[in-house]
Design a protein around this ligand. Structure first.
Ligand code: LLP
Length: 418
């Protein structure tokens, strides 16, 4: 559920016409709905009721500081994968004690930063990484809280690029090797084992992979507890899908209903790492139609947002619904909606039936809140899009449009070229 809707054929973000935002802030423009974000967070929080739980929003989906701050104010934690994400999470006021740190390639500096900050736990992905965290913690005279990321070998039935929990993936430790790795961890003096983590992939729209993966992990948790490991956190990762086209993913309450009876009775705090299901449908990308071009047997709608602004269609062939900001009574055309980038892969939609659109008119790319802005780049030297947050009738810029100066501000001219 989100708060983007039509009123008399005008698209609104909450109570604000999207056209007004496009005119005020320019395009391409990411628009987010405050009340959708809060609602999505609460859907998780309320689903688990009094069962001890921490919702650690996966920053990688969208790292804007205002979005992080509004989630922090709701009591949200963070799932991070880099020092940069840790910096952002702390800056937005997310307490370190609610931050879990994932990723297969944590560097010494990043480990140090996380230890100094006091993160809830490291989700460790290999024996080498365990030893490195142990070494770094030793130099700091600290004990590092650690969960092992276990790869339960469950097919999440999603796009292969965003599946992570199977044997062939680089992520986590195979469930068959889990006990051995816990044994290795228990021998390291500066490691404190606190949990078990799993994450099997993203945009999962069925309930069974979640339940099957948790069942498999629980067998391990019970075995570890039997062996006197102090497992206090069960981190079930993220991955819940959203509706892009006609998917009907379960809502957090559906999942909780199945998981809670399985987990009940074990003294663990449940940790979740949702990203997409919090921000995905809470954001749209607004773009302006620049030109219409009739190719051979094909019409191209050329817009001012490109693959540098929203990479998902190019990268995963992902579907995003595209709808006119002002709906007019016109016939439909079949068209490719493409950006200005010099690549054939630069498209937002292919062979899409859309209502006839004219130059200068705005289109909204829906469900663009997750992995939109956070995966954007300056490719073709295009400044970054601006971002706006709408709350009821109020709206505010939360990230300025990039400038040409931004494009070169990091560059350093060597002396011999001056
Ligand atoms: N936890 C871990 C360890 C993850 O790797 C991820 C996502 C999440 C949580 C959050 O997953 P979510 O709830 O958002 O599904 N760029 C791709 C998605 C990549 C997901 C990477 N990991 C896309 O645009 O579809």
């Amino acid at each position: 559920m989100h708060f983007f809707h039509y009123r008399q054929n005008e698209l609104y973000a909450e109570d604000v016409p999207v056209r007004l935002l496009a005119e005020k802030y320019g395009t391409p423009l990411y628009v987010y709905s405050y009340n959708t974000l809060v609602r999505h967070f609460k859907a998780y929080d309320e689903a688990y009721g009094t069962f001890p739980h921490v919702i650690c929003y996966a920053l990688k989906a969208n790292t804007n500081g205002a979005i992080l701050k509004l989630l922090a104010k709701q009591g949200c934690g963070a799932d991070i994968v880099s020092g940069g994400e840790l910096f952002r999470a702390l800056k937005a006021g997310i307490p370190a004690g609610k931050i879990v740190y994932a990723g297969v390639g944590k560097t010494e500096d990043e480990i140090r930063f996380a230890l100094k900050s006091g993160v809830l736990m490291f989700n460790v992905e290999s024996a080498d990484e365990l030893r490195e965290i142990d070494r770094v913690a030793g130099t700091m005279k600290m004990k590092a809280p650690v969960a092992l990321r276990i790869n339960p070998d469950i097919d999440p039935q999603t796009h292969p690029y965003i599946s992570t929990g199977m044997k062939e993936h680089k992520f986590g430790i195979s469930i068959d090797d889990a006990l051995e790795h816990y044994r290795i961890a228990s021998r390291l003096r500066n490691i404190e084992i606190v949990g078990v983590q799993k994450h099997i992939g993203s945009q999962i729209t069925k309930i069974t992979p979640f339940v099957d993966a948790v069942k498999r992990i629980l067998i391990l948790v019970d075995e570890l507890k039997r062996r006197k490991f102090n497992i206090r956190y069960l981190d079930i990762g993220g991955g819940l899908g959203i509706t892009y086209l006609n998917e009907k993913p379960p809502v957090p309450a559906d999942i909780a209903k199945q998981l809670l009876p399985l987990i009940n009775g074990r003294e663990v705090t449940l940790v979740m790492e949702p990203g997409r299901s919090i921000v995905g449908n809470a954001g749209i990308l607004v773009t302006k139609t620049l030109y219409l071009k009739k190719g051979e047997g094909k019409t191209f709608v050329i817009v001012d947002a490109g693959m540098n602004d929203l990479m998902r269609p190019s990268l995963y062939d992902a579907y995003h619904h595209i709808t006119p900001v002002a709906r007019r009574k016109r016939g439909q055309i079949r068209a490719d909606i493409v950006g200005p980038i010099c690549e054939s892969g630069d498209f937002l939609a292919k062979e899409r039936m859309i209502y006839g659109v004219r130059r200068g008119e705005y289109l909204a790319v829906m469900s663009a809140g997750a992995y939109g802005m956070s995966m954007s780049s300056n490719y073709n030297s295009r400044p970054k899009a601006a971002e706006v947050l709408v709350n009821g009738g109020k709206h505010s810029l939360i990230s300025k449009r990039g400038t040409y100066e931004d494009l070169v501000s990091h560059e350093v001219m060597p002396g011999f070229l001056r």
